[in-house]
Design a binder for this molecule. Sequence first.
Ligand SMILES: [Zn+2]
Length: 481
Amino acid sequence: MMRRFVSLMIVITLVIGMMPITQRAIAAEKGLAKERPSYTIDAKYDDQQQMVTGHMSLKLPANHKGKLDELVFRLYPNAFRNWKWGAKSRPSAPGWLKVDHVRVNGARAETKTKETVLHVSLPKPLASGKTAEVTMDYQLKMPKGGTRLNVYGNTAFLAQWYPMLAVKDAAGWHDEPYTTTGDPFYTQMSDFNITFRVPQGYHLITSGRDIAEDAKGPITIKRDNVRDFAAVISKDYERVQGKSEQGVNVNLWYLKGMEDVSQELHDAAVSAMDFFGKYFGKYPYEEVDVVLGETGYGIAGMEYPGLVTSVAKIPTKKGESPAINVVAHELAHQWWYGVVGNDQVKEPWLDEGLTTFSEFLFMHDQMGENEREFLTKVAERSDEVYKAKGVTSVESLDKYSDPIYALMVYARPAAMMWALMDKLGRDKVMKILSTYYDHYQFRTATTHDFIQTANKVAGKDLTDFFNRWLYFKGAGAVAKD
Ligand SMILES: [Zn+2]
């Protein structure tokens, strides 16, 4: 994700200026292709009520360890029901996600909803290695002006719009509260088979293959092996189409009034897909969509598998410019978050830091920007913030305020990767990233996995380097590293 009008540089330059110092595994996964949750959803959109009525069937994979007594789902749209994160970001009309008729293997199941968390008690405990089918009906009321989940004009932006199975790992079910800092979503690779019913005149832009023609009947879209499925239902978008050199269909969707930047942003998107594909590894799907527009308060751009959003323009020192860096940032997330996953609540730096570095590298190589001086300032400033606040770059979302989040989670790890290029050479750092991508694609990686990969590829122990940059151990010397 990128905050609105980040231009990360502008925000961080402000933070630096304003704050007084004192305050201031693919192989294994491929073999287990069926071991993913599989969602089948039938969703009807009512544009008058701005509601989605859905029926969902979820096939659980049999690879859970131990006996299961309950399932946990995330109902993120309930964050918009009684908004408690400040007046500025409050939606102008609330939204919510309500679930009914939950059954497990045909038997009625008891449920309990608390804000964004739905607990489903299993009628019969599920033994290790057993699968189950969970069915439910749901109603989604779209908020107006919600962050990410939003309705604007004749467009409904569906993000986290269905009951999402929470992740269960050694730490148990992940039911962390919603936050407005960062992307408080953590999901696993899943398969989707979604039938949309939309009013006449609407078309669909989704994480799967797009249906650009007006929908005349139900449309079924399948997409396997993604962490999430986003959809835009609209009457208004126009498209610039093209193909990257690596054969990915790249669509740029724009609204009236954005014609002046649509071609330039499409060119940048194609170029970014090829750039990241060349250095990090092949993008595994046949299509990616860049959707320009307003997707809610505070957001300049957001990533979903196969689909990203971006504002059309950003303010810069030279005035308003096409939002090339936002588009590049969100597309880099296809590699860091989309394909190589991480726990975005617990270790948000892992995707945001690598993505910001990828964005800077693209802007440096392809757009002729040079932010070395900026990154040096970031290193110095983040050392000061650490001394004043004790917050490092590897913290969970609830430990950060927004400006500190941008500095510690986006900018400092980007500066770290640049310093690593100085230390090891660019080719070696690209090799670290492509090895990490290859090894952890379609899986969930951790900070430890990243450091281990770097050590192995570099052929030396870089633990002290990463400890200094990420955890501020022996901080103070980073700017010279
Ligand atoms: Zn991001």
